[in-house]
Design a protein around this ligand. Structure first.
Ligand SMILES: C[S@@+](CC[C@H](N)C(=O)[O-])C[C@H]1O[C@@H](n2cnc3c(N)ncnc32)[C@H](O)[C@@H]1O
Length: 220
């Protein structure tokens, strides 16, 4: 990946009040997505993760961050999920020697978040931390509701674990996430600019080498 990426220049926002109205409509009880995919996902996850403490790397791309997190959290299982077959199955050198505490899965997060939530509710596993590293910004107006903070997945994200770390090169995405997590989820949020000591993900590297500022939101 080269270092010539351009900053996000979206002008498509929801006003605060509007955004909070959208976000507060989502509840786990009223979430309607056909449950067969979620049930199939529950079976897969149960087989692999029963009784485990899990660090969840959401939208992990090629899985490089999941690999690094598996080294950091050696006493837990790191679950890396991405819907892109080409990214998750890419033949990267770090995949030659996959640590036993790393599980990379090609799947849609919209099945995985609800499945993990239900498994955790049944005490089958515990998600200790979620990473949302450089999520797709969906910069156009028609994409606003695909941003995770304005999407039905929000309630699952907030319910699943008390410790969430989100990184982005687009500060406004994180400001909006913090607004929603604070008001709707009543959570403590800390947003800061940071300079990576070592790159956790390929997108982090690409943005950083392009001279872009990077931001990190911690939700507790
Ligand atoms: C901008 S990339 C960041 C990838 C990686 N976290 C990184 O920083 O290098 C966003 C990733 O989220 C994945 N993604 C987006 N929506 C998803 C979904 N509904 N389910 C699973 N993965 C998704 C995309 O396939 C893509 O790989």
């Amino acid at each position: 990946m080269s270092g010539n990426s351009k900053p996000v220049t979206a002008t498509a926002y929801r006003e605060e009040e509007d955004l909070l109205k959208i976000a507060s409509k989502f509840t786990i009880d009223t979430y309607k997505r056909p449950s067969e995919d979620k049930d199939a996902m529950k079976a897969i996850l149960l087989e692999k993760l029963q009784g485990k403490r899990v660090v969840f790397d959401t939208g992990c791309g090629i899985g490089e961050s999941s690999f690094k997190l598996a080294q950091k959290y050696s006493d837990q299982i790191v679950l890396g999920v991405d819907k892109s077959v080409s990214r998750i199955e890419r033949n990267n050198s770090f995949k030659k020697d996959v640590p036993s505490n790393l599980l990379l899965l090609q799947a849609d997060l919209q099945d995985v978040w609800p499945a993990l939530y239900e498994l955790q509710k049944d005490n089958a596993l515990e998600v200790t931390k979620q990473y949302i590293l450089y999520p797709n910004p969906w910069p156009k107006l028609k994409g606003v509701k695909r941003r995770w903070y304005a999407n039905p997945m929000l309630s699952f994200i907030l319910e699943l674990s008390s410790n969430i770390e989100i990184r982005s090169n687009w500060k406004r995405y994180l400001e909006d996430f913090a607004l929603v997590a604070g008001h709707v989820g009543k959570r403590q949020c800390e947003l800061q600019e940071f300079t990576p000591v070592e790159f956790l993900t390929p997108f982090e590297k690409k943005y950083s080498l392009s001279g872009q500022a990077l931001y990190q939101l911690n939700i507790r």
